[in-house]
Design a protein around this ligand. Structure first.
Ligand code: E4P
Length: 217
C-alpha cells in the first residue's frame, strides 16, 4: 500500500519525506488554510520535497472553471494531481482532465456508487473518507471493502486512496481491505513506527550490550 501524507505543511512534509517511506501527499483547502502561506509557493515546495503524486484541490464548482483551475494547478509541477469534488460537475471535469493527461483525485466520496461513477470518469484516485463516515455512525471500512469489490469486478484501474484516517487501526484495516493507498496525518504516520514491545526490547538489548563493554565501531 502506498503511504501518502495528508498535510499542506511543506516543512514537515520535507522532514517526513526523508524517511524514504512517503509515496505522495494530499492537501485540501482546509489544510492549506491551516498551514498558511501562499498556496502556489507551498505547492511548489511540497512537489520538490516529495516526488510522488501531490493532490491539489480546485475550489470552483462549475465545469469550465474547474478545468481552468485544474490546468493551472498542473502547471506548478509534473507530480500535481488535480483534486475535484464528487459532484456532477466535478466528475465531468475529471473525465476531461484525465483525457488531457492530467491525473485526478476525486474527493469527498462517501458511497460505493459514487466511487463507481468516479471510476467511470477515469479518475486516477478515489478518496473515500473513512473517519468522517465513522464520526457519523457509519462503517467507513465497509465502504473500502465495497469499492474494492466493485473495482475488481470490472477491472477498474482507479486507485482507492483511503482518506480521513484517524489512527493506526484505520491504516491497518485499509491495508487488509485492499486500499491501494492511504493518506495519513503526520501524527498517525509517526505512530505507525511505535510499539511498546519495540521500545522495551531495544532498551533491554542496549543494556545487555553495554554490559559486554564492547563496541562495533
Ligand atoms: C483527503 O484527501 C482529505 O484531505 C482528508 O483525508 C480529510 O480528512 P479529515 O476528515 O480528517 O479532514
Amino acid at each position: 500500500m502506498q503511504i501518502f501524507i495528508d498535510s499542506a505543511d511543506a516543512k514537515e512534509l520535507k522532514t517526513l519525506a526523508e524517511t524514504g517511506l512517503v509515496d505522495g501527499v494530499t492537501t485540501n483547502p482546509s489544510l492549506v488554510a491551516k498551514a498558511g502561506g501562499d498556496f502556489f509557493d507551498t505547492l511548489h515546495q511540497i512537489c520538490t520535497a516529495v516526488p510522488g503524486p501531490v493532490s491539489a484541490e480546485v475550489v470552483a464548482q462549475d465545469y469550465e472553471t474547474m478545468l481552468a483551475e485544474g490546468r493551472k494547478l498542473r502547471g506548478v509541477a509534473a507530480n500535481i494531481v488535480v483534486k475535484v469534488p464528487l459532484t456532477q460537475e466535478g466528475l465531468r471535469a475529471c473525465k476531461t482532465l484525465e483525457a488531457e493527461g492530467h491525473p485526478c483525485n476525486v474527493t469527498l466520496c462517501f458511497s460505493s456508487t459514487q466511487a463507481l461513477l468516479a471510476a467511470k470518469a477515469n479518475a486516477t484516485f478515489i478518496s473515500p473518507f473513512l473517519g468522517r463516515l465513522d464520526d457519523n455512525g457509519q462503517d467507513g471500512m465497509g465502504l473500502i471493502r465495497e469499492i474494492r469489490a466493485i473495482y475488481d469486478n470490472y477491472d477498474f484501474q482507479t486507485q482507492i486512496l483511503a482518506a480521513s484516517i484517524r489512527g493506526v487501526g484505520h491504516v491497518r484495516d485499509a491495508a487488509i481491505a485492499g486500499a491501494d493507498c492511504a493518506t495519513i496525518p503526520p501524527a498517525v504516520f509517526k505512530a505507525l513506527y511505535k510499539h511498546i514491545l519495540t521500545d522495551a526490547g531495544l532498551e533491554a538489548f542496549l543494556k545487555d550490550w553495554k554490559a559486554t563493554g564492547q563496541s562495533i565501531l
